[in-house]
Design a binder for this molecule. Structure first.
Ligand code: FAD
Length: 603
């Protein structure tokens, strides 16, 4: 039975799928989003928060490109903090706790209001392929939907298996069923699939916590919004709370390690090293007498609270005992038990830079399916895949973001050039040009690109134009206005850090009517001008290799003088550019020279 024809189809309404569907719809494409349930669109499977180190930058990039995430968290955030405020602007990252139900309702509302986007509840079992091209999908109920581009964003659902102590059962997330048929279909299409795992901690009833025993962690006095579209946020914020594990808890966990699936061999796949379970922490950091636990409300009223830092897969009885030993939660009622999940993912070397698969034209993968972890990482990929799916059917060149343009670019490039052995999460240290890739300038880096793609709406574009104009005026003012013989622009670079803080309160600056974020941007531009100029030069030389494209039909095995190891790696990863080739593990500068000679020979 036919459910109709569309320009593109997005499978899965998680954080990747929501951005993909929204972007495609904004581009005017007749788009279909098929997901298990409208109720779970943009559901936060784990931590009820957006942003954090490096992830905050990605959330701002998604926003700058015209995506939903920034506005969603601004509308539904219950506590906002700018992390690393006292450190340099390169590592300053916004983070906010969300009211998680309101967050998903907001995203669903925005999708429902997106013109040209149809949402259908259903389970996709099969991708229809003809002559190497995607032709659509078939759902479990037999209905087929047709399109020449399909984006799969199935998250942790592909052959998902959940673990809690000795118990294990199939599922994509607690209370939801796994997507086994889709996984089998992808394997059948020739995709190599691997296994990864991740875990989540207990949630407890907020009114059963003894907050007197915990340390209060308030939000910032002044909220810096995520979205460049948000004027300002005046809202009562809720506090988070900090408590600590103790040696009694560690002893309890040690005594029960034989019941933790990670240690019994029940789970063999790799979990995220940076986000280890509490049982892994006590093993790995055996000398540490305590570990921090953040009690983070999941809603405005604090009805349920997420216990960040003690993700685990030990059995329920051990979880209960652990909570009785944790200061502040001794009498807490567990509303959801902790569990771990193992799922299939597709190593991303099977993709092109556009996130289209090499094996099937018009088929794109985005989000956790590509081996990443995190809402922001998923959202960034989703937006790129949504844009490129539409561009593919329209016969246009894909949108490819470089490592020098965006964290989203760093993320995709890393996925394409590195072997993933654990869920990939973004860190600022992964970006070599992080002073250029700041949270505060994401709009200047990406809004023009989002506009060109058709995702950035008129209102955002007009706003952006005003900011660029204000920034130019402010720069001019700072360069020509002198204090004690020196231009303010120059003084901003020096030790007079206070000048940057108070600039917004200067009479002249107030009279110019420029926004607070314009002032902040000008201060960073002035202060780091020297470094930014230096980085721009590095980027120029990086671009030299980056701009050399390798022919899609290049037979690496036939390149004379290329080492066998290099031939194998290059054939497996199929880099699109010389720059990408240079970043593949095991590829040496000498291999790059050989490739350069080969390219010259082919001219
Ligand atoms: P998801 O958010 O998983 O969304 C997938 C969507 O696709 C769902 O709506 C689902 O219903 C739908 N879907 C799946 N298959 C089909 C199908 N066949 N047909 C139709 N619809 C389908 N991230 C971290 O950063 N740190 C963590 O510690 C962490 N721990 C986690 C622990 C657990 C137990 C889980 C489940 C997730 C955890 N995450 C963690 C991951 C985080 O939830 C994901 O990174 C993020 O949600 C991925 O977004 P996504 O859009 O790729 O997939």
């Amino acid at each position: 039975m036919s459910g109709g024809r569309f320009e593109c189809i997005i499978v899965g309404g998680g954080h990747a799928g929501a951005e993909a569907a929204h972007a495609a719809g904004r581009m005017g494409a007749d788009t279909l989003l098929i997901t298990h349930s409208r109720e779970t669109i943009a559901k936060m499977s784990c931590n009820p928060a957006i942003g954090g180190i490096a992830k905050g930058q990605i959330a701002r990039e998604v926003d700058a490109l015209g995506g939903l995430m920034g506005q969603a968290i601004d509308a539904t955030g219950i506590q906002f903090r700018m992390l690393n405020r006292s450190k340099g602007p390169a590592v300053r990252s916004p983070r906010a706790q969300a009211d998680k139900d309101k967050y998903k309702d907001y995203v669903r509302g925005r999708l429902e209001a997106t013109e040209g986007l149809t949402i259908v509840e259903g389970e996709v079992d099969e991708v229809l392929v003809e002559d190497g091209w995607t032709r659509g999908v078939r759902c479990a109920d037999g209905v087929e939907y047709y399109a020449d581009a399909v984006v799969i964003t199935a998250g942790t659902f592909l052959r998902g298996v959940m673990h809690m102590g000795e118990e294990q059962w199939a599922g994509g997330r607690i209370g939801e069923k796994a997507s086994n048929a889709l996984s089998d279909c992808l394997r059948g299409l020739g995709f190599e699939l691997g296994r990864l795992k991740t875990g989540t901690p207990v949630r407890i009833a907020g009114d059963t916590i003894d907050y007197d025993k915990c340390e209060r962690q308030p939000g910032d006095d002044e909220i810096v919004p995520f979205s460049f579209m948000t004027e300002g946020i005046e809202r009562e914020q809720v506090p988070c709370w900090i408590t600590w594990t103790n040696e009694r808890i560690h002893d309890l966990l040690r005594a029960n390690l034989h019941r933790a699936p990670m240690y019994t061999g029940q789970i063999s796949s790799e979990g995220p090293r940076y986000c280890p379970s509490i049982e892994t922490k006590i093993e790995r950091f055996a000398d540490k007498k305590r570990h921090q636990v953040f009690l983070e409300p999941e809603d405005e009223a604090g009805k349920t609270v997420y216990c960040n830092g003690i993700s685990t897969s030990v059995p329920k009885d051990v979880q209960e005992e652990m909570m009785r030993m944790l200061p502040g939660t001794e009498r807490a009622r567990i509303t959801t038990y902790a569990y771990a999940i193992e799922y299939d993912y597709s190593p991303a070397r099977q993709l092109r830079e556009s996130l289209e698969t090499r094996a099937v034209e018009g088929l794109f993968f985005a989000g956790q399916i590509n081996g990443t972890s995190g809402y922001e990482e998923a959202a960034g990929q989703g937006l790129v895949a949504g844009v490129n799916a539409v561009r593919k059917v329209r016969g246009e060149e894909p949108m490819v973001l470089g490592r020098d343009q965006a964290y989203v670019g760093v993320l995709i490039d890393d996925l394409l050039t590195k072997e993933i052995t654990e869920p990939y999460r973004m860190f600022t240290s992964r970006a070599e040009y992080r002073l250029t890739l700041r949270a505060d300038n994401a709009d200047r880096r990406l809004t023009p690109i989002g506009r060109e793609m058709g995702v950035v709406c008129d209102e955002r574009w007009a706003r952006y134009g005003r900011k660029v104009e204000e920034l130019a005026r402010l720069r001019e003012y700072l360069k020509k206005t002198k204090r004690e013989g020196k231009a303010l622009w120059h003084l901003l670079k020096g030790a007079d850090a206070g000048l940057g803080d108070e600039l917004g309160e200067h009479e002249d600056v107030i009279a110019m009517g420029v926004g607070a974020d314009t002032v902040a941007a000008a201060v960073v531009d002035a202060k780091y001008e020297g470094y930014l100029v230096k980085q721009a030069k590095q980027i120029e030389s990086f671009r030299k290799l980056e701009n050399v494209r390798l022919p899609a039909d290049l037979d690496f095995a036939g390149v004379t003088h290329l080492r066998n190891e290099a031939k194998g790696k290059l054939a497996a990863f199929r880099p699109a550019t010389l720059g990408q080739a240079s970043r593949i593990g095991g590829i040496t500068p000498a291999d790059i020279t050989v490739l350069q000679i080969e390219l010259k020979r082919r001219l």
